[in-house]
Design a protein around this ligand. Structure first.
Ligand code: GUN
Length: 281
């Protein structure tokens, strides 16, 4: 069994990105910039944003965090986004989710210029990804994809089962795997015979937010299992995969934590650099 080390893969990716930033700096005399907007005081959001900032600085990006109180009005946020859209030193804009209830998420996402949308959430990027055109790709599925490719570079004809249909993970993950010529089944919490569907997969991506849902007898031998779940339980943080059982049958598996998580942030930095390069073109 291969334990997929997301921490190591992310560190390697950051090293590559660091070199690329140096090359861009010598070519354009400027570096890509990432601006994150954080609204409110949610602890997980604050931790994510701190990690994003730290990693961005580590690879040599210009990094800025704009903080607003929970009570900030929508207009202030939208105006700030428009200002960042017009700021040439900003290559990528990320508004940390979730947002307070009084702020319309869709409006926020659609105000970000698609060319600066490092999350890949703008409908233009979503459409481009599903049409197979160049686009920003959401960071978590991109990270999963890079980890899968490390284990199995040729995905032609592989059966992939995506558990979860969210806009953040399941749907973009499906598009990435389709592009690689996988046969993809999208399943979710209401799927009948989820076990039977999972048993068909050469690759399983669990991104449904149900603690330890995917069991040992749901997985056939030689399957690659990617666990996107981060669930708080009595026994601590667990994924959407019953790791102990599944690791006995899978060919390769990501742990939680230390699997997909670190890759998500590294992919955000990658996306920021990609946005910069597309703007320069
Ligand atoms: N909150 C949790 N994950 C994400 C993400 O990938 N992007 C944004 N903007 N907010 C998040």
């Amino acid at each position: 069994m291969i334990l997929i080390d997301g921490k190591k893969a992310a560190a390697e990716l950051r090293e590559e990105l660091k070199k690329e930033v140096l090359q861009l700096k010598s070519k354009y005399n400027t570096v890509p910039g990432l601006t994150v907007i954080l609204i409110g005081e949610l602890a997980p959001s604050k931790i994510y944003v701190k990690n994003k900032e730290k990693s961005a600085i580590e690879v040599g990006l210009k990094s800025e965090v704009i903080r607003y109180p929970e009570t900030v009005d929508e207009k202030t946020v939208l105006n700030k986004i428009k200002e960042l859209n017009n700021d040439a030193s900003v290559s990528g804009i990320l508004v940390q989710l979730p947002l307070p209830k009084h702020i319309n998420k869709q409006k926020v996402i659609e105000t970000i210029l698609p060319s600066k949308d490092v999350d890949g959430f703008h409908p233009m990027n979503v459409g481009n990804l599903s049409s197979g055109y160049e686009s920003s790709v959401p960071c978590t599925p991109l990270g999963c994809y890079l980890l899968i490719k490390k284990i199995e570079p040729n995905l032609n004809g592989k059966k992939a089962v995506v558990v979860g249909r969210s806009n953040l993970n399941g749907k973009p993950m499906t598009q990435l795997l389709l592009k690689e010529n996988c046969t993809v089944t999208i399943t979710h919490s209401k799927t009948k015979d989820l076990k039977g569907e999972c048993l068909k997969g050469d690759i399983i991506i669990a991104a449904v937010g149900i603690p330890e849902l995917v069991k040992g007898d749901w997985v056939k031998k030689d399957t690659i299992v990617i666990d996107v779940g981060i669930n708080k339980t009595e026994k601590g943080i667990v994924g959407d995969v019953a790791f102990e059982e599944v690791s006995k049958v899978a060919k390769a598996i990501t742990p939680v934590p230390g699997g997909v998580g670190p890759m998500t942030i590294a992919c955000l930095l990658k996306n920021t650099i990609e946005c910069f390069k597309r703007i320069q073109k």
